[in-house]
Ligand binder design. Structure first.
Ligand code: COA
Length: 146
């Protein structure tokens, strides 16, 4: 385990975009880097809720991320990930708690997130932090501009 100091702060596009993409590409599971992660799409996301995109940093290296969003009714969480060498020391929990706090401050009553089938580690992580699997719901999705 790495014992270096961790800072949690807001994502800043000009400084953090390239490092964040590299970080996401290195995550071995539970993470899809897709067209919503292009520079244009990330900049578009930052036009709303820039305070909900957080990174965890150690010695100027990105070691964790989380993207929250609020549409005025529901919250949603994307791209929670912690570098393999830094897991199990509370960084993921801190990122999640901070985004939950910020969502509540915006008036969010309920928050959703997707976990890829088979990612049991992430499911256990969320369950131990008060999240419940919604067994009644089936998620539908539709791609635009394909
Ligand atoms: C899910 C994830 C973000 C958790 O990050 P983390 O920094 O390890 O989170 P924490 O340290 O706060 O909590 C990890 C839990 O695993 C336990 N743990 C102990 N040692 C661990 C280790 N070496 N590695 C991972 N978890 C460990 C912790 O005690 C903790 O247990 P708890 O939930 O009962 O408190 C991380 O595993 C990850 O990046 N996974 C790959 C990407 C992914 O699946 N993201 C979720 C997308 S839905």
């Amino acid at each position: 385990m790495n014992d270096s100091q961790i800072t949690i702060r807001e994502f800043f596009f000009a400084n953090d975009y390239e490092g964040t993409i590299t970080f996401w590409r290195g995550i071995e599971k539970g993470m899809n880097v897709g067209r919503s992660d292009s520079p244009e799409e990330i900049q578009k996301k930052l036009e709303r809720d820039p305070d909900l995109f957080l990174i965890a940093e150690s010695e100027n290296q990105i070691v964790g991320t989380i993207i929250g969003a609020f549409d005025g009714r529901r919250g949603i969480i994307y791209h929670l990930a912690v570098h393999k060498n830094y897991r199990g020391r509370g960084i993921g929990g801190q990122l999640l708690a901070e985004v939950e706090k910020r969502l509540q401050a915006k008036g969010c009553l309920k928050c959703l997130l997707h976990v890829l089938e088979g990612n049991t580690e992430a499911m256990e992580f969320y369950k131990s932090r008060g999240w419940q699997r919604n067994t009644d719901d089936v998620v539908f999705a539709k791609e635009f501009f394909t």
